[in-house]
Design a protein around this ligand. Structure first.
Ligand code: HMG
Ligand code: MG
Length: 301
């Protein structure tokens, strides 16, 4: 039942670097993307076209996109919360855009300044505009396993947003544990709701590792046949509107597990570890990846 191939989407340049206090130059961001594609990543979430007043770290979005030396076969995605963001993103020629909603009203308000239904109404013309340009649309459903403001979030609440996203024509449904509180059976229950409306190949998991549950949760998803996961090089990440949320599960950790399971990803772990060391060096700290650090220590020995 466990898939033989898995697609990892590295969201580090966006989810990771949106959350850094220090300024990371566009040159370093571009080099990170180049190192990720050199390591074999085939999908990279590069940046977001959101308000620079809300997330100043992503204000260099167009510059970063323009500086990429694109590798054939690699898909570059960006976040676009509204038509203004989509119009700004279009000249950068993203392969995929991401509209991001939430399963919790409170988080929706804090993250994108409107309620769930209104957010989906804002996404509707974005989806139509993207499709008119032949661009694929993924959605992220934040707080699918818990919310920093509301607390518990039920599978019914997740399915409500899944339905709304499906109704406006979103192609792919990303189920996100923004604050990393999900555990395997609860994650499976949320995923089941997404799978009622989207096919296996169009559902993915996005797990922040705040409570150390992300690998177990990914394994639980593999048991269901899911084969697309977001992860973040060096374990970078967090959401500025979810206090206390730490990084995404590190891509190196997921890859080490998948390699051990004999699952093919096309990613070279050594080059990925190099990419993690590179960005961590820029940030002046160690990667937050157990596997990555172990491999670096082994190299140094
Ligand atoms: P708003 O204030 O309601 O928007 O913000 P508005 O339409 O009323 O416009 C107000 C101002 O924002 C105007 O500028 C607009 O031009 C500007 P002013 O006239 O005041 O100078 N504006 C924009 N500027 C640039 N790009 C845009 C844009 N839209 C409006 N696209 C908005 C609504 C969504 C824009 C705002 O709330 C925002 O930018 N929020 C940022 C949210 C964000 O980036 N969060 C982090 C990413 S989500 C995440 O990390 C979760 C995820 O990883 C999954 C998970 O882990 O859960 C995906
Ligand atoms: Mg996230």
């Amino acid at each position: 039942m466990i898939p033989q191939q898995v697609k990892l989407v590295d969201v580090g340049p966006r989810d990771g670097l949106q959350n850094e206090k220090q300024v990371v130059s566009p040159t370093h961001k571009i080099e990170l993307v180049h190192r990720l594609q050199a390591a074999g990543l085939r999908e990279i979430e590069v940046t977001s076209f959101v308000s620079p007043k809300w997330v100043p770290q992503m204000a260099d979005n167009a510059q970063v996109m323009a500086g990429l030396e694109r590798k054939p076969g690699v898909r570059y995605s960006v976040l676009t919360p509204n038509l203004q963001g989509f119009d700004a993103a279009l000249p950068s020629k993203p392969d995929e855009i991401v509209v991001f909603g939430a399963a919790s009203e409170a988080f929706s308000q804090r993250n994108i300044n409107c309620g769930i239904e209104e957010s989906v109404e804002r996404f509707r013309p974005v989806v139509a505009a993207a499709h008119a340009q032949g661009i694929k649309v993924r959605c992220a459903i934040s707080c699918a396993l818990g919310c920093p403001y509301q607390g518990e979030v039920t599978p019914d609440e997740v399915e409500r947003v899944v339905r709304l996203m499906k109704a406006i024509g979103v192609d792919h449904c990303g189920v996100a544990d923004t604050i990393g509180v999900g555990t395997p059976r609860r994650v499976q229950a949320a995923m089941e709701r997404a799978l009622k409306h989207f096919p296996l190949a169009e559902v993915s998991g996005h797990f922040h590792d705040t409570y150390g549950q992300a690998l177990a949760n990914i394994y639980a998803c593999l048991e269901m046949g899911l084969h697309t996961f977001d992860a973040s090089v060096a374990g970078l990440g967090g959401c500025p509107y979810a206090k206390g949320a730490t990084g995404n599960v590190a891509t190196e950790d997921v890859l080490f597990m998948l390699n051990g399971l004999g699952i093919e990803t096309g990613i070279d772990i050594d080059r990925l570890v190099d990419a993690a060391a590179f960005i961590s060096n820029v940030l002046g700290r160690k990667p937050v990846s157990r596997s990555g650090n172990a491999l670096l220590a082994k190299r140094a020995a």
